[in-house]
Design a binder for this molecule. Structure first.
Ligand SMILES: Nc1ncnc2c1ncn2[C@@H]1O[C@H](COP(=O)(O)OP(=O)(O)O)[C@@H](O)[C@H]1O
Ligand SMILES: [Mg+2]
Length: 373
């Protein structure tokens, strides 16, 4: 068996077991405690205030974006702000149409149903969901064979909040039934620092501003990664130092975890190296990259690629992914003759690789979402 690095990745924004235990504690409860995503928050506030003002249930909401950015958290925040109950489920958990019918008939007016990984709902379940979302009715078939009857049940006006990492995989009819679509972007350095400091406060770990800043710049703009690195650095500070997270202890701990100053870890580097060394810099498809380093292409697509695109280390072309000159430079690999810097990947004064911070401009909606090979 080849070695898989995924389960031990410290920077994976995918949820790990340990995160579950602390999530409740670290999760902001109100919009005011939710740091960053300013535009999204502004829009969401209007949506909430307007619904409350009219004493209506909230329109159906969809959050999309890479894992670990706060989609689940926001769903809870919305429920708190609306002062309603929230019920949590996920696309793969609703296996049959009957499962969904059971959930929906138990909802009360205004209640929120949070459907995580909403792109993974089965076809039959989706069909039931359309009229439920649009007209608050449930069409079910009672009985079997020739005696079967169609029955239409009225549902209370509930709200669905959906979350997905893959907007492109959401069927068009489902997508259009959400009244509000919000894209979550990677967070800015300052917002992540605030999240780290708040987290340290909750965990009661003393932290210096430099320590928070070192953790933040390696967190790939992702709160879940930031909070996880905070816990690892806390361990290090307690075992190897005085317990306080200073800039120095943070750097030492993060170096020991082999996370570089841009937040890249071993898996990111292996992906880049594979593209460069095995496929001449690309273009190459994600599945091929995945197979060549024994990693699931899903992991690469959800977790590795969005951040490498954001840093300008990868470029997506119609024929596959290509490493940019920034990637060669970051890995200290010589730039071959055939990799000509183009306008978009030409290193410049303002290029992300020249600064220690990832660029704050995320790739366009379509660029991250239409990602199927
Ligand atoms: N804006 C934020 N401020 C503070 N903590 C946050 C924020 N967004 C996310 N988090 C924290 O990051 C972790 C991951 O968030 P989560 O909502 O589970 O992400 P997603 O559902 O998008 O994968 C949680 O522990 C949450 O408390
Ligand atoms: Mg989630």
């Amino acid at each position: 068996m080849s070695e898989k690095s995924t389960p031990n990745r410290h920077i994976t924004p995918k949820k790990k077991r340990e995160d579950g235990r602390l999530d409740g504690l670290l999760r902001p409860q109100q919009l005011a405690d939710f740091t960053g995503q300013e535009r999204l928050k502004a829009n969401l506030t209007i949506l909430i205030e307007a619904a409350k003002g009219r004493q209506e249930s909230l329109d159906h909401v969809l959050f999309h974006g890479p894992p670990g950015l706060g989609k689940t958290t926001l769903a809870h925040v919305v429920a708190n702000e609306m002062n309603v109950n929230i019920r949590i489920t996920a696309g793969p958990a609703i296996e049959r149409a009957g499962d969904l019918a059971a959930i929906l008939t138990n909802m009360r007016a205004g209640d929120i149903l949070f459907i995580d990984e909403v792109h993974r709902l089965g076809r039959a379940v989706e069909e039931i969901l359309y009229p439920a979302l649009e007209d608050f009715v449930l069409d079910i078939v009672v009985g079997k064979g020739p005696g079967a009857k169609n029955v239409r049940l009225k549902l209370p006006k509930f709200t669905v909040i959906g979350a997905t990492t893959r907007l492109a995989l959401l069927s068009a009819p489902l997508r259009t039934r959400f009244g509000a679509l919000y894209r979550m972007d990677f967070y800015e350095q300052a917002a992540i620092e605030t999240i780290v400091i708040r987290g340290a406060g909750i965990l009661q770990v003393p932290i210096m501003p430099e320590g928070a800043s070192e953790i933040a710049c390696r967190s790939r703009g992702t709160p879940r990664v930031a909070l996880r690195l905070l816990r690892r650095v806390r361990d290090y500070a307690e075992v190897r130092a005085s317990g306080e997270i200073t800039g120095e202890t943070a750097v030492a701990a993060l170096n020991l975890l082999e996370i570089d100053h841009l937040g890249l870890d071993d898996l990111d580097r292996r992906v880049l190296r594979a593209i460069i060394e095995k496929f001449g810099g690309g273009p190459v498809g994600l599945d091929t990259i995945g197979a060549s380093i024994s990693e699931e292409s899903d992991t690469i697509m959800d977790v590795v690629e969005p951040y490498l695109l954001q840093l300008g280390f990868l470029e997506r072309t119609s024929r596959g992914r290509m490493a940019t000159p920034h990637a060669y430079a970051h890995l200290d690999l010589p730039l071959p003759q055939h990799v000509v810097p183009t306008k978009s990947n030409q290193p410049s004064l303002f290029s992300p690789s020249k600064s220690n911070q990832p660029s704050l401009f995320s790739p366009s909606d379509e660029a991250t979402d239409e990602d199927d090979e």
